[in-house]
Design a binder for this molecule. Structure first.
Ligand SMILES: [Zn+2]
Length: 426
């Protein structure tokens, strides 16, 4: 009974590839936020041709927004013949830098061996293209559908989403009654449904010292040595404690089922930019460390923070002259959409239909724009589902499989059918 829908997608597979290639050719590298406007305009023009109403929303004043690098988002909406629910597909159009190690031009959109190669192919221009083709096929086969379909191309996901989904959510674009269900075609693999993500706490810790001549360090107080004591305490106490915490969330990969913390950077003393000269002899009076703590549904943010500050406070009591400051850089609470939520069940029906098995339900180790849709937009019926292979994201020779895109477009189209027409088959 889905044959017409599947055929409509198969008939468009060349177009799906071309759309992906075209999107990859916009080098939407973030930072700084290159080529956002032309890429958003391309998506908008494509959808306007299908009858979507399109809006371009520049997130003025958000981080990185300048006239040279405007944060331009596109939101497109197609209203069906009668009122009903709205399904929104949200994709980020920004990509990370290409980096080294490519065997093809990362922004050429090379097609070979059943794959499309390029930066963003998997994360997530292939997903955006699949959602456009899914919507197009669905609209052709069921022109009388009730409700509405929205597709957005948003910016800055890779840098926190503040000029993208967070900005739009603040303007009401991701709230009821405008939107009911959200699918984010991030690369979580074509037969898996991603229900949410772990929490995040970024913080900067600074230890204090006192500057002095490097030949007489005893006259000063070395902030880097104080930070060394912090790191030692983390090694001895914090990392083992984190490793003992295991979540019931189905996080992938397996290692991310535990609490983790990355030391993102450390800097103390003079800048390293003294070359080709020499540094001068100083005792560093400050040392800064940034931490990236990922936490679980079972942990609360207050405890996550106090595990760190308890160590710092104890060092302050026990270690001579030790003093510190700590600054929050980012906080995101963990999220997990329920398995019986409508969008989860609808996409699961699509996965069963295409792959003849139940989906795997996963949680992402890192966050993505779902956080803004939940916290700001208050839409909790939201998942990530898309064709790309998670492990290829951000890597050299990133690619997306053409058959994966076609199959996941079919899953998305069935999802639309279930959510808008209430049937997986008719
Ligand atoms: Zn992504």
């Amino acid at each position: 009974m889905n044959e017409r829908l599947f055929k409509a997608i198969d008939d468009r597979s060349d177009e799906l590839v071309q759309l992906t290639v075209d999107l990859i050719r916009f080098p939407t590298i973030n930072p700084p936020g290159e080529a956002y406007r032309p890429c958003a305009e391309y998506v908008g023009a494509r959808l306007r041709k299908l009858g979507f109403e399109t809006e371009f929303i520049r997130a003025e004043g958000t981080p990185g927004d300048t006239d040279r690098y405007p944060r331009v988002n596109v939101v497109a909406r197609f209203d069906g013949r009668s009122p009903g629910a709205c399904v929104h597909f949200n994709s980020h159009i920004d990509v990370v830098e290409a980096g080294e190690g490519w065997s093809v031009d990362p922004f050429a959109g090379v097609v070979k061996d059943g794959r499309v190669y390029g930066r963003g192919a998997c994360d997530m221009k292939g997903g955006l293209a699949a959602s456009i083709i899914a919507a197009e096929a669905f609209m052709e086969v069921f022109p009388d559908f009730p409700g509405a379909i929205e597709i957005s191309g948003t910016v800055d996901e890779e840098s926190g989403g503040f000029g993208g989904v967070a900005h739009l959510a603040g303007l009401g674009y991701f709230s009821k009654p405008k939107v009911d269900h959200v699918i984010i075609p991030e690369p979580l693999n074509k037969d898996r449904i991603c229900l949410g993500h772990r929490g995040v706490w970024w913080a900067e810790i600074e230890t204090k010292g006192e500057i002095a001549h490097g030949s007489m360090p005893f006259l000063g107080d070395n902030a880097v040595r104080h930070m060394g004591a912090v790191l030692q305490a983390f090694e001895d106490e914090l990392f083992p404690a984190l490793d003992r915490k295991v979540t019931r969330m189905p996080v992938v990969p397996e290692g991310a089922k535990r609490s983790t913390m990355n030391i993102n950077s450390i800097h103390g003393g003079q800048t390293e930019d003294f070359r080709p000269g020499l540094p001068s002899p100083n005792v560093p009076d400050a040392c800064r460390l940034t931490i990236d703590r990922r936490f679980l549904l079972e942990e609360d943010l207050g405890t996550v923070k106090s595990e760190v500050t308890d160590i710092l406070d104890r060092l302050k009591r026990e270690r001579k002259k030790f003093d510190y400051e700590i600054r929050d850089l980012m906080e995101v609470l963990p999220l997990m959409t329920e398995r019986d939520a409508p969008v989860v069940k609808a996409v699961a029906q699509g996965i069963v239909a295409i792959f003849d098995r139940e989906p795997d339900y996963v949680i992402s180790p890192g966050t993505y724009d779902q956080k803004h849709i939940a916290r700001i937009g208050h839409i909790y019926d939201c998942i990530a589902y898309g064709p790309g292979i998670l492990d290829l994201a951000h890597r050299p020779d990133e690619w997306v499989g053409i058959s994966d895109m076609v199959e996941s477009a079919k899953v998305m189209a069935i999802g639309l059918n279930v959510l808008l027409r209430g049937t997986a088959t008719g």
